[in-house]
Write a protein that binds this ligand. Structure first.
Ligand code: NAD
Ligand code: UDP
Length: 314
């Protein structure tokens, strides 16, 4: 199989690169390095099955591939809000260009969509049939609405051109290779605690999220691509935690003396998030295996090593 992974140098993309390369497949990793790093895939550079291309998906590209895994898009609120117009362009034009490529070469196309499709949900937990409650004009809209139009494009390419699509709605995923300054909650809390800083809970910390460890997520992604399901299909860990509980879990693992402080809640921050994964269980025979406590331990060790390395180089 010749695979194109857009956003392949990012957090999830680089784990997918590893899995496909380990399976002996050919991989073209395409990235503009906005939030990705060459270091994430550097162990494959020079391998005959691997190619790395610096390219922005808002521009078309011609390649011969069998499968397109379309992950290119910043995922952390601070990064996707840095240039929201660019985020919207990446979501729309990027998906349009990659679907155009899929159509031209007859490749199967998987979209890394998101639980943000559900916005601030009035239905809990969220099934795929729920259509969402999304603000069209808020600070998260560039990403949420961007992913919604990206899903729409996929289904219109399927209806108009018979493009083989797979749409995956990813819930909050964490693990090694998140950036230390990524801004997402798991990496923020761990990095703060390892640096001996107070842990910053936004709002009163009663909002919930469901955290999936990266290896589980990548397994679900590969199963979806290999299946006959078009989706949309939720892939996430149904274990639901308040953000305060997460702060306490991280603090207690690293330094129980640390303070947990509160900061203002960003606008439109969803109050609750929990995937229903019946479809994934039934059609992909997939469910997550790694509990939050276990995944946190692995991720803490990763960041400990990263921070040690950074301070040794200072
Ligand atoms: P990430 O920011 O680590 O990775 C995104 C990658 O895309 C980066 O390597 C970045 O440089 C690249 N990129 C961004 N804009 C690009 C452009 N215009 N052209 C080419 N490359 C570009 O984020 P991630 O967590 O690995 O997320 C990967 C995908 O999964 C994203 O599409 C994201 O929306 C989706 N997703 C992730 C999560 C999660 O919890 N990690 C949840 C829901 C959805
Ligand atoms: N959050 C927090 N402290 C931080 C970073 C995030 O309390 O340092 C909160 C954030 O307000 C949100 C939750 O954690 O309620 C998850 O945030 P993240 O940015 O990881 O993902 P998303 O909001 O996109 O689900």
């Amino acid at each position: 199989m010749r695979n194109l992974i857009t956003g392949g140098a990012g957090f999830l993309g680089s784990h997918l690169v590893d899995r496909l390369m380990q399976a002996g497949e050919e991989v073209i990793c395409l990235d503009n390095y906005f939030t990705g790093r060459k270091a994430n895939v550097s162990n494959w550079i020079g391998h005959s099955n691997f190619e790395l291309i610096r390219h922005d998906v808002t521009e078309p590209i011609k390649l011969e591939v069998d499968r397109i895994w379309h992950l290119a898009c910043p995922a952390s609120p601070i990064h996707y809000q840095f240039n929201p117009i660019k985020t919207a362009k990446t979501s729309f034009l990027g998906t349009y260009n990659m679907l155009g490529l899929a159509r031209r070469v007859g490749a199967r196309f998987l979209l890394a969509s998101t639980s943000e499709i559900y916005g601030d949900p009035e239905i809990h937990p969220q099934p795929e049939s729920y259509r969402g409650c999304v603000n069209t004009i808020g600070i998260r809209s560039c990403y949420d609405e961007g992913k919604r139009i990206a899903e729409t494009l996929c289904f219109d390419y399927q209806r108009m051109h018979d493009t083989e699509i797979r749409v995956m709605r990813i819930f909050n995923t964490y693990g090694p290779r998140m950036l230390p300054d990524d801004g997402r909650v798991v990496s923020n809390f761990i990095v703060q605690a390892l640096r001996g800083e107070s842990i910053t809970v936004y709002g009163d910390g009663s909002q919930t999220r469901s955290f999936c460890y990266v290896d589980d997520l990548i397994e679900g992604m590969i199963r979806l691509m290999n299946s006959n399901e078009t989706g949309p299909i939720n892939i996430g860990n149904p274990g639901e935690f308040t953000i305060r509980q997460l702060a306490e879990l991280v603090r207690d693992r690293i330094n129980p003396d640390l303070k947990i402080i509160t900061k203002s809640l960003p606008k439109d921050d969803p109050l609750q998030r929990q995937p229903l994964i019946n479809l994934a269980k039934q059609h992909l025979h997939w469910e997550p295996k790694i509990a939050l406590s276990q995944g946190l331990d692995i991720t803490i060790e990763y960041f400990r090593e990263q921070l040690r390395h950074t301070s040794a180089n200072d």
